[in-house]
Design a protein around this ligand. Structure first.
Ligand SMILES: [Zn+2]
Length: 319
């Protein structure tokens, strides 16, 4: 399996009115990519600028950031042509890698805009190299800029930052420097296309937590009624757990629970409710073993909810 490390530059509407009038928020104007083989050696690259079809003035922020002028794009090929060649160039057995989580969504949105065949009908599994960098070299949690990572790993810099090919090249250099295969077990999932049904839902167990991504539900109550959504078995051994703190929410978007596995102790469950562009709801649930401090953290959250509810009630009584 090859690694396709790519980066995009995009332009956006110069003003709010143009933005509202268009289905496309970000128009891709450059694709840069590097192909690595399964030994993570570079075997090819891809780079092309794209002639804009939607926004014909360069947004100032974009222009300053990527050092591109509209005139440079006038004689380029269209997105349809470039993206078709890019997808062909990717081959048949590959995984996408990007710095951060934005590029894959924007690529798919632009492809849909031109009615191209989707890169995948299902939720796409990919590598977020920003996350891999943190897992391989730092604390797993922090998210650094590409510039930081390049300096951190002492990668030779000879081109400007923020042009699609250079950024793809640097990202590939970072991928090459990750030696542990274990790090590559940390897949990410792009939810631009959600699981279409129960069988396609994502259930994955990482080294220190598990993740579940649901299909779309019509609304929040339907999501929170679903048995698998609120299930809280032990993700390590699959055993039934004892409820210590039942699911509660502090803001209507995030839900927390603490359960106990007889063998693996306290486990924290967290549900994030996310809204799709069509207004539907899907769930990202993570389960993670926690120590006493982690349990206390959830207890504090719950007490805070109780306290603010009391305060609100009290306020009403006075009024
Ligand atoms: Zn267990």
């Amino acid at each position: 399996m090859n690694y396709i490390i790519f980066d995009l530059e995009w332009n956006q509407a110069a003003d709010l009115r143009t933005r509202r009038a268009n289905r496309l928020l970000f128009e891709i104007i450059e694709i840069g990519a590097v192909k690595l083989n399964e030994k993570r050696e570079q075997i090819d690259d891809f780079h092309e600028l794209i002639k804009p079809q939607v926004f014909h003035t360069m947004n100032q922020v974009t222009g300053d950031l990527i050092h591109l002028k509209m005139e440079q794009l006038e004689n380029c090929r269209s997105f349809l042509e470039v993206a078709s060649d890019f997808i062909k160039w990717c081959g048949s057995d590959y995984i996408f890698c990007t710095w951060g989580s934005l590029d894959l969504t924007e690529l798919q949105k632009n492809m849909d805009y031109y009615h191209m065949t989707p890169v995948s009908e299902k939720t796409l599994r990919y590598y977020d190299v920003q996350k891999l960098f943190s897992i391989a070299f730092e604390d797993r949690k922090s998210r650094r800029t590409l510039q930081y990572a390049v300096d951190f790993l002492d990668i030779k810099k000879d081109e400007v930052f923020h042009r699609a090919y250079t950024d793809a090249y640097y990202t590939a250099e970072i991928v090459k420097r990750i030696e542990s295969d274990k790090v590559f077990q940390n897949y990410s999932f792009d939810t631009y296309r959600l699981p279409g049904n129960k069988a396609e839902e994502i259930r994955i167990c990482f080294e220190d937590y598990s993740k579940y991504i649901s299909r779309a539900f019509p609304d929040k109550p339907k999501a929170m009624e679903d048995r698998e959504v609120i299930a809280a078995r032990c993700y390590v051994c699959g055993a039934k757990t004892k409820k210590k703190i039942p699911w509660f929410t502090n803001n209507g978007k995030h839900y927390y629970t603490i359960v106990a596995c007889p063998r693996h102790g306290a486990i924290k469950g967290k549900i994030r409710l996310r809204r799709t562009e069509q207004g539907k709801i899907y769930v990202v649930k993570t389960m993670k073993q926690v120590d006493a401090e982690g349990v206390q953290d959830i207890i504090n959250k719950k007490n805070q909810v109780r306290k603010s509810r009391k305060e609100r009630r009290h306020k009403k009584e006075i009024e």
